[in-house]
Design a protein around this ligand. Structure first.
Ligand code: 5AD
Ligand code: SF4
Length: 422
């Protein structure tokens, strides 16, 4: 979502005749697009601001947008007095106001609903992967999560607006569509005739567009994985066989305190139905370790479910107490050393599962999407249908097809190596 917001902000500034600066010391406008999900992310913003203010031009406009802006509000100006603007995730389009009135200070952390989408100029050029938000905000008040506060309550965009964005992206060069939402499979739009529109319908409509080769969506809430959506994995070959559906913990007790669905069998049943619909589907998850009150037994249950489902491409985090959340004041907060030990253990297991899956891909051929050159410029990076990074040696003729059939020749924990088949 932040990548999307960043692209839209860049487009907005470019429309005003601005161009990206190569060095922060040359920039006329400096904005940090921020994440507040863990304290470390927020802290990084403030230390970056400290560094930037020492090197920036004296009259450069400097501000923060996104979730840290919403989290800090006016306090951000007290912490960093030379900030010029603080704009929340639903009001960043107001950046125009500070460009028009650079001598003022601008604070806007309003929950503007869908207003920003109408205010943003259409993107005429698109990367190969277009991020299309279908809903914003979240109604699942997980007790650790600041998102319902920073991004607000769930609100779904009208299908006609979503499909217009899809078509604009395709006309601009996109061949993969990634539908976005904090709770993307909760997408639920009731039109003026009382008809309910679901994510499955957006996938079906998008799959009809010839130029679209791949479709995915992120992030999904387990119990909102309805049959119509599961069926899409059976019916729409363009929908990638890869799903991010975080479980967070394997312990029913911890899940209850997280205010998340706590029945492991229910989660396992959803995965079973997904695999029946699409036998090669792979699932990824996010995990939190060291949630208040998490015992060794609770943690062992997390290890067990990670192994049982065989998650690929997953992330785990140490629990981080956040303002505006219920878990921050729960008793039995876990010391950092214990969190660190559990994180290392779970990370080790997830890496092992990932390595085993990557190795199982050797000699297979996948249709892959071009992502860009690697850092050395000598290789090309592609993404398999399971979103694994695949490195291919750049050919002499400079050939970089947007989609390519690639045979996997080697694999390690983090990435694959491959060669063009044709
Ligand atoms: N502490 C640690 N991790 C968190 N996440 C969300 N809130 C917190 C928190 N307070 C993680 C969840 C979520 C991912 C985006 O970030 O695992 O799925
Ligand atoms: Fe946060 Fe995701 Fe839970 Fe919503 S479902 S409150 S975004 S962790």
């Amino acid at each position: 979502m932040n990548v999307y917001d960043g692209q839209r902000l860049a487009a907005l500034l470019e429309k005003r005749g601005m161009a990206p600066a190569t060095d922060v010391a040359d920039a006329d406008v400096i904005l940090l697009n921020t994440c507040a999900v863990r304290a470390k992310a927020t802290d990084k913003v403030y230390s970056a601001l400290g560094r930037i203010r020492r090197v920036k031009k004296p009259d450069a406009l400097m501000g923060i947008v996104g979730c840290v802006a919403r989290e800090s509000g006016g306090d951000a100006f007290r912490r960093v007095p030379d900030l010029n603007f603080v704009l929340g995730p639903q009001s960043y389009h107001k950046i125009i106001d500070i460009l028009d009135n650079p001598d003022t200070k601008l604070l806007n952390i309003d929950m503007g609903g869908l207003e920003k989408f109408d205010a943003l100029p259409p993107m005429t050029k698109s990367p190969l992967v277009a991020y299309i938000p279908v809903q914003e905000g979240c109604n699942h008040c997980c007790t650790y999560c600041i998102v319902p506060y920073t991004r607000g309550r769930e609100i779904s965009r009208a299908p006609i607006d979503v499909m217009r964005d899809v078509k604009t992206a395709v006309d601009g060069g996109a061949i993969e569509i990634c539908f976005l939402g904090q709770n993307v499979n909760g997408y639920n739009y009731i039109d003026e005739n009382g008809v309910t529109h679901r994510l499955s319908e957006l996938i079906r409509e998008t799959a009809k567009i010839d130029a679209v080769k791949r479709i995915r969506f992120t992030s999904s809430y387990p119990t909102e994985m309805t049959d119509d959506l599961i069926d899409m994995f059976r019916l729409e070959p363009k929908l990638l066989p890869f799903l991010n559906m975080p479980i967070q913990s394997g312990s029913p007790d911890v899940l209850t305190r997280m205010n998340r669905p706590s029945d492991a069998n229910q989660y396992i049943d959803i995965v079973t139905r997904l695999r029946a619909a699409r036998p090669d589907i792979q699932i990824s998850s996010d995990f939190i370790v060291g949630f208040p009150g998490e015992t060794d037994t609770d943690f062992d249950q997390t290890m067990a479910i990670a192994k049982h489902i065989g998650y690929i491409n997953s992330y785990c985090f140490k629990y981080s107490p956040r303002p505006h959340t219920a878990a921050a004041t729960m008793p039995n907060q876990i010391p950092d050393q214990i969190k660190a030990v559990r994180l290392a253990k779970l990370d080790g297991l997830l890496n092992e599962i990932q390595r085993t899956f990557n190795e199982s891909c050797r000699d297979k051929i996948f249709d892959c999407l071009f992502e860009g050159p690697d850092k050395t410029g000598r290789h090309l990076v592609y993404r398999t249908p399971f979103m694994q990074q695949t490195i291919v040696v750049r050919e002499q003729n400079g050939h970089t097809p947007p989609m390519a059939r690639i045979r996997i020749t080697d694999a390690n924990k983090a990435s694959l190596r491959g060669e063009f088949v044709d």
